[in-house]
Ligand binder design. Structure first.
Ligand SMILES: Cc1ncc(COP(=O)(O)O)c(C=O)c1O
Length: 500
């Protein structure tokens, strides 16, 4: 569905750097701990076909320097930070490609990527150079710049047909909120349908759309928000089986709307594949059926591609697997490869809807600032130049096959599913009941993996695997081998069936 890019206008190597220690072809690039003089730390790209860094653990994990830094930070940071960072208790020094190196010098293969943020991996030299170059010229946004114009052009070329216009923002929730305002501007209605297991951010306008209990304690939630089960077939709440179910969940959504809506549905918000729920992959005909429900109500389908976009699923966009054409798309995470940038993709006609389309009605202080713009443009150029969508499909298929073998080997591996480098693994006490493994076991899995050099969201029984798109086959194999060792440890030494 995505259209090919024309050849990149210029490559990072052609950028002229004029600051400090830089050369005509870019800033000084060095390896190892960040130097005090602030020179950019990054490695040159490994030539295609090279295996990349491998895990290498040389101290206890966390090591002494990590422990000291973590403790220092803990004495100032407020509670509520990410569970994965609390459990890991690590302090990182730098990254290279699909690896992270901690302050004690331990190297980890990264199956986390900042929840799919690090699409180009860590310290990609092209991105480092582009950001450093831009930082030396202009950081504050609002006005057109050559870089911003190019970012919008490249984004429009990569976008699905009909969604060639964009607004840029800084965070995912902000983008989804903007998409809702757009849908309301167009339809002049206000209600929203979302899905069990869905996640769209934590701000006031979208927190009610979170499909789990994490919104409890934040009421009253906005009115007119309804929620129905997603096609999470391994955990079907109707205890049915696809395709014999005839996608009863879609029928249920119809019934739910009929009985609860005030007849003012503006939007249906769906992830093409659910990330936070556990990298859940619905059948390919699910999203088109959901769009049909939206159509029956004259509502917009918003595809939230925050996780699934930018090559994550082995295609440029998650929607390409089902062929659905949403009215609005929200994007972020891998879009800036670590730089905080998100966006809403829409059609020219939809963009004229008011009040959304009025001057200043849909802008923000930082959205599309010059650094964000170069991050988007360089990410898109690099994805194209290095064939990262293809790498995501190929290495993803390879990794999926390796993980399927673990399902054959370990009784507690209940389900393995994936598209590209978005892979989910359900860990269960019992394959028949599908009851999830206890938290003490999954946290042990997370820590045992770290000890062997793998960072993976395995602390939850719906394990999420979403490495950088630059991961090599060798690194993926190393990660899968570590999981094999960890699962053998669980089987042989832990009471996985009964532990809380
Ligand atoms: C699908 C989806 N939408 C929106 C968001 C919210 O993004 P942010 O945390 O940047 O607000 C997330 C975050 O994980 C997400 O996965």
């Amino acid at each position: 569905m995505s259209k090919p890019h024309p050849p990149a206008l210029r490559t990072a190597g052609e950028l002229k750097i004029t600051n400090g220690s830089g050369t005509a072809n870019g800033p000084a690039i060095s390896k190892g701990p960040a130097p005090a003089n602030g020179a950019v730390t990054a490695s040159e790209p490994r030539p295609p076909g090279m295996p990349g860094l491998q895990p290498n653990i040389t101290t206890a994990v966390p090591g002494p320097k990590s422990r000291a830094l973590f403790a220092e930070e803990q004495s100032h940071i407020a509670p509520g930070r990410q569970r994965i960072s609390l459990l890991a208790s690590l302090a990182f020094d730098h990254g290279e490609g699909a690896t992270l190196t901690d302050v004690d010098g331990n190297v980890f293969v990264d199956f986390f990527a900042g929840v799919g943020v690090a699409s180009l991996g860590h310290a990609h030299p092209a991105l480092v150079r582009a950001l450093a170059h831009q930082a030396s010229r202009l950081i504050v946004g609002t006005f057109a710049t050559p870089e911003r114009a190019e970012a919008f052009r490249l984004l429009g070329e990569a976008a699905p047909a009909g969604l060639e216009r964009a607004h840029l923002y800084s965070g995912g929730a902000e983008a989804v909120e903007a998409a809702l305002r757009l849908a309301r501007s167009k339809t002049k209605r206000h209600e929203v349908l979302s899905f069990w297991g869905g996640f769209h951010g934590k701000t006031g306008g979208v927190i009610g759309l979170i499909g789990d209990e994490s919104k409890q304690g934040y009421g009253p939630l906005p009115g007119g928000q309804y929620m129905v089960p997603y096609a999470d077939c391994y955990r079907c709440p109707f205890k049915m089986e696809y395709p014999r179910c005839g996608m009863y969940c879609v029928d249920f959504a119809r019934q739910q709307l009929k009985r609860s809506s005030a007849g003012a549905l503006a939007a249906v918000v769906a992830e093409p594949m659910q990330g936070t729920a556990g990298n859940v992959i619905p059948p390919d005909d699910y999203l088109p059926a959901v769009q049909q429900v939206a159509r029956e109500h004259g509502a917009m389908l918003i595809a939230d591609e925050m996780i699934t976009g930018f090559g994550r699923t082995g295609r440029m966009w998650g929607i390409e697997h089902s062929g659905v054409a949403p009215d609005i798309m929200t994007v972020g995470k891998g879009m800036g490869s670590g730089f905080p940038v998100s966006g809403v993709l829409l059609s020219e006609e939809l963009g004229r809807s008011e009040p959304f389309g009025k001057p200043s009605a849909s802008s923000s202080s930082y959205g599309g600032n010059p650094l964000a713009a170069v991050a988007v443009a360089e990410t898109l150029r690099t994805i194209k130049r290095e064939g990262l969508v293809e790498n995501s499909a190929a290495v993803g298929a390879f990794l999926l096959e390796r993980l399927m073998r673990l399902r054959e080997k370990y009784e507690f591996v209940g389900d393995v599913r994936g598209k590209g480098l978005l892979i989910g693994v359900d860990l269960v006490r019992d394959r028949k009941s599908r009851e999830m493994l206890g938290r003490s076991i999954t946290e042990a899995i997370f820590k045992e993996a770290l000890k062997r050099g793998l960072l993976v969201m395995g602390y939850f029984p719906r394990m999420r695997i979403n490495p950088p798109l630059v991961i090599t086959r060798e690194q993926a194999a190393a990660g899968a081998e570590i999981l094999d060792e960890v699962f053998a440890h669980v089987r042989d030494h832990l009471d996985w069936r009964n532990a809380p």
